[in-house]
Design a binder for this molecule. Structure first.
Ligand code: FAD
Ligand code: NAP
Length: 860
């Protein structure tokens, strides 16, 4: 009978790598009975299997190591900055021995299936070897990069020479001396092994489908500075790692790569290049992974280095990545990788130019040539993040198969658990930072969270835990929202599942960072295990909800502003409030280039008003968008929404005229409203003089209080019989003075525009009896018929959300062609924050499309 039959345990853990070993240790210390099942014949996981020449870590070993055992930290000395595979394996064996872990590990035991038994709140885990275990909790510590990618090259298996796989390398090693060797792949494993294979082989041919960014690792001894930082206070050092974005303590620039001079940027990149630190380029500027132009500066720099190393220009060109942004496929650090291509017996076959046709009995055929080899090394990667999990036949509640559930991509809550599979935990599962971080740190965080959760359940007498559908879908949304503000989804990477034929294209890890992720996990616990249902003999407890609903870049903006500890605007004098609002606007990205910007004046209702005109780059006379800035009728100016006006101008290909109407409290209601209408009339009448179409098409647009003025101008124009306004776009408009219900209460605080601030604006703008006047609260107009077609944009976390939505409904009820665009996860200021809130792009595109529609201009 196979080992384990009928064994009843608290926990079964699968996988004896970094994760499983630490988890077993933690579970034992909780006094739980646990067994660890591992298909290999020893511990090590990644470092057991990947024994190819040159294999080593690329996060410095001091960081890529456990922090849970101070004694271990004190006694273990890494011999190099980036330790080799044998040294890391020795380390993990040492940990297993030191904590006497082997007695609860069953080696050569592959888990084939796991089935949830609802009646007994337990899992039955079956192994390929015929063993069966019953356990309350089942934990997959099966690794993100442990399931080799299934061979997908024609003719696989035909080769009669020697075939090797970097991720299943022979333990006795391989001597390539005198052999004609092929390496397929140029990912991290290939980049590390190619220089060493080249040292031995008589001939080496590298088959490259996608070139990779790599740069010198500058391996050697751990730097004195790093050693000192680590040794001076290890506890603080590790804590800094835990609360860093990548799991490695380092400072990340807050500057844009496009904000600095070419010389300054070049110097920063030279420093990053010289550092040999994998993470240095990502940290050099804040927008490398979100802004294509910023990213391109890194790509150009690194390709310049490649061309500087590789002597043959054609080979150098082939080695320069062209189809993806830096970092969106895992970059590498290397030792003499590019130099290897200067050796006379090494050649590169560019599969973009001559696609791989098949493996043959004697070598490899491309579509142009046949090659003969003695050995082929497959460095073709992994079915990452989900492969090892769905390789096990996991059946949850009501017969639900995990493989089926994840057919369109993995669905998890926090990457830790998945609905329908009670008491199943995933260590570094999809939806957690995992492979985008120093995994030692991420693994420890997950293991700690899971162990603490199990301990909590025991204390509280619960037998089952399961994520709620609402929490899971919100997390999946959040993970995707985060990915979508970056350049990552654009690459055919294994992060996207793109390396495995037929695998769904979904961004698999969580890119919000180790620190933000840790904060979310801790908050889930602090809020009573938000998003989980616990069941026990005595009670069922569910605290449903979503942990993150605000768009990720909005959350970052909120964090940044909170860190500035600014005074609440409504506590300031008007002069101080204007100074603060001006200062806040000064540091923002400028927005796109337009053809021309002209400042001028136009006659308002009671004197001259400044305006700023934005003209598109394209030639010819254009229609006009008359724009009203935000600022609660108190703050702002004709140029205060400059980036948004530029963006509107570029996207609509129309002239945008931003009007500087009179402000309160100097000029209270109805001054701003009358100015807005006067400006619309004047612009309509003087379009030709502004270089627009003579007596041509005109639409209005405004944000916040400016949205209020745009709406009011439409009502006044209707009442006055003109001018003709082709359409109105109201972005988070003020349409009513009443903030005492709905979103006014729900979003009263925490999202920059507070209810108190809005109240302060009203107090400065209009006397109480005037506030119900439709020129102050356009929602209160008795008749809304006959108004221009409208797009009303609202943001989920805006106190003004419901009044904007109400105006859209009221317009529609009055027969106006009105559309409401609700923006999920956004706040009052999101949509005008061009190049800051990238997740606002789609809404900005819709705003422009609506204006184009109103103006009858062709879509871009
Ligand atoms: P693994 O180490 O992958 O262990 C999982 C174990 O589960 C394996 O031993 C496997 O045999 C076992 N298993 C899987 N399925 C089953 C089953 N059904 N039944 C029984 N056993 C099963 N990360 C970094 O942060 N820094 C680095 O420098 C770094 N370098 C890397 C280099 C290489 C070559 C590779 C491939 C990955 C590297 N990684 C690196 C990522 C690395 O995978 C993680 O850092 C870490 O080692 C993962 O540990 P783990 O315990 O989660 O999984
Ligand atoms: P990988 O990055 O996925 O690289 C696989 C390579 O094989 C790619 O160049 C890929 O090309 C190529 N390939 C795959 N299938 C092919 C096919 N059918 N025809 C032609 N070429 C094919 O895999 P890996 O190098 O094993 O690395 C995986 C991950 O493990 C790394 O990204 C990293 O996270 C980790 N790792 C780290 C280190 C380290 O330095 N510490 C070392 C090794 C691995 P395409 O790009 O075109 O798909």
């Amino acid at each position: 009978m196979a080992s384990g039959n009928n064994e009843q345990l608290d926990v079964v853990v699968v996988g004896a790598g970094f994760a499983g070993l630490y988890l077993l240790h933690r579970l034992r210390r909780l006094g739980l009975s646990a067994k660890l099942l591992e298909s290999a014949d020893d511990v090590g996981g990644t470092w057991y299997w990947n024994r190819y020449p040159g294999a080593r870590c690329d996060i410095e070993s001091i960081d890529y190591s456990y922090s849970f055992d101070p004694e271990l930290e004190a006694e273990w000395r890494w011999s190099e900055r980036y330790a080799t595979q044998p040294e890391i394996l020795r380390y993990l064996k040492h940990v297993a021995d030191k904590h006497d872990l082997r007695r609860d590990i069953l080696f050569k035991t592959r888990v084939a299936a796991a089935k949830w038994n609802g009646g007994t709140s337990s899992w039955t885990v079956s192994t390929q070897q015929g063993g069966e275990f019953r356990c309350r909790f089942y934990v997959m510590a099966t690794g993100c990069l442990s399931q080799p990618k299934a061979p997908d090259i024609n003719g696989h298996g035909r080769f009669l020479g020697r075939s090797y796989y970097t991720n299943r390398w022979p333990h006795e090693g391989v001597d390539f001396s005198g052999l004609r060797v092929a390496v397929i792949g140029t990912g991290s494993s290939a980049v590390q092994s190619i220089p060493i294979i080249a040292e031995q082989a008589a001939e080496l041919t590298v088959f490259q489908r996608t070139p990779n960014f790599s740069r010198p690792a500058r391996n050697g001894l751990v730097s004195a500075a790093k050693m000192a930082a680590y040794n001076s206070d290890r506890v603080a050092y590790r804590e800094a790692a835990r609360w860093s974005a990548t799991g490695v303590p380092m400072s990340v620039s807050t500057l844009s790569a496009l904000q600095v001079s070419d010389g300054e940027r070049l110097a920063a990149y030279e420093t990053a290049y010289a550092s040999g630190d994998l993470l240095a380029f990502g940290a050099a500027y804040s927008d490398i992974i979100v802004n294509p132009a910023a990213n391109k500066t890194v790509c150009d720099f690194l390709c310049g280095k490649i061309r500087g190393i590789v002597r043959d220009p054609e080979t150098a060109d082939a080695l320069c990545p062209k189809d993806h942004f830096y970092g969106t496929k895992r970059p590498c650090i290397d030792t003499h990788y590019f130099e290897t291509y200067n050796l006379p017996h090494v050649r590169l076959v560019d599969l973009c130019k001559e696609p791989l046709h098949s493996i043959t009995e004697c070598g490899i055929d491309t579509e142009l040539r046949s090659f003969t080899f003695d050995a082929i090394v497959h460095a073709t990667g992994f079915d990452a993040m989900t492969g090892a999990i769905v390789a096990v036949d996991i059946e949850g509640r009501e017969g639900l198969s995990l493989k089926d559930k994840w057919a369109e991509g993995p669905l998890t809550y926090l990457g830790l658990s998945t609905v329908g599979f009670p008491n199943l935990f995933l260590i570094t599962g999809p939806g957690s930072p995992s492979v985008l971080s120093n995994m030692a740190v991420s693994i420890e965080q997950h293991v700690d969270w899971v162990s603490n959760c199990i301990a909590h359940m025991r204390r509280e007498g619960f037998d089952e835990i399961e994520a709620t559908p609402a929490a899971e879908s919100a997390w999946v949304q959040h993970v995707n929202d985060y990915a979508d503000v970056t350049l990552f989804p654009r690459a055919n990477s294994w992060y996207m599942g793109a390396n495995v034929p037929g695998k769904p294209r979904v961004f698999l890890p969580y890119i919000g960072g180790v620190d933000r992720y840790r904060k979310a996990c801790e908050e889930v616990v602090d809020r009573g295990y938000l998003g989980f249902t616990f069941k026990g003999a005595r009670e069922t407890r569910c605290n449903d909800g979503a942990i993150r609903r605000v768009q990720p870049d909005v959350a970052v903006l909120l964090e940044t502003i909170e860190a500035l500890k600014l005074p609440a605007v409504e506590t300031l004098s008007v002069v101080a409030a204007r100074a603060l609002s001006g200062a806040m606007g000064a540091g923002r990205p400028p927005g796109p280039d337009v053809g021309e910007i002209i400042d001028g004046v136009l006659p308002g209702a009671a004197g001259e008003l400044p305006y700023r005109l934005y003209r598109p780059k394209t030639p010819g006379r254009k229609p006009v968008v008359c724009y009203f800035h935000g600022g609660g009728w108190v703050l702002g100016a004709a140029d205060s929404d400059d980036p948004f006006c530029r963006d509107l101008c570029v996207r609509t290909d129309a002239i945008v005229v931003s009007v500087g109407y009179r402000h309160a409290p100097e000029d209270r209601f109805p001054a701003a409203a009358l100015d807005a209408f006067a400006a619309v009339k004047w612009i309509a009448a003087h379009a030709a003089g502004l270089g627009a179409e003579p007596a041509g098409r005109l639409a209005v647009c405004g944000w916040s209080a400016g949205g209020n003025l745009a709406a009011v101008a439409c009502q006044l124009a209707r009442g006055a019989g003109g001018p003709h306004i082709a359409g109105q776009v109201l972005v988070n408009p003020v349409t009513d003075w009443d903030l005492t219900h709905g979103s006014g209460v729900e979003n009263a605080e925490g999202y920059l525009l507070t209810r108190a601030l809005m109240q302060w604006f009203w107090d400065h703008y209009a006397d109480v009896p005037d506030r119900a006047d439709p020129r102050a609260s356009p929602l209160r107009a008795k008749d809304l018929s006959g108004l221009p077609p409208a797009l009303i944009v609202t943001s989920e976390f805006d106190p003004l959300r419901d009044q904007g939505a109400a105006y859209a409904d009221a317009l529609a009820a009055a027969g106006v062609a009105s559309r409401h665009l609700p923006c999920r996860g956004h706040i009052h200021t999101s949509l005008v924050a061009v190049d800051v809130i990238i997740s606002g792009e789609a809404a900005r595109a819709e705003i422009a499309a609506a204006l184009r529609g109103f103006l009858g201009t062709a879509p871009t």
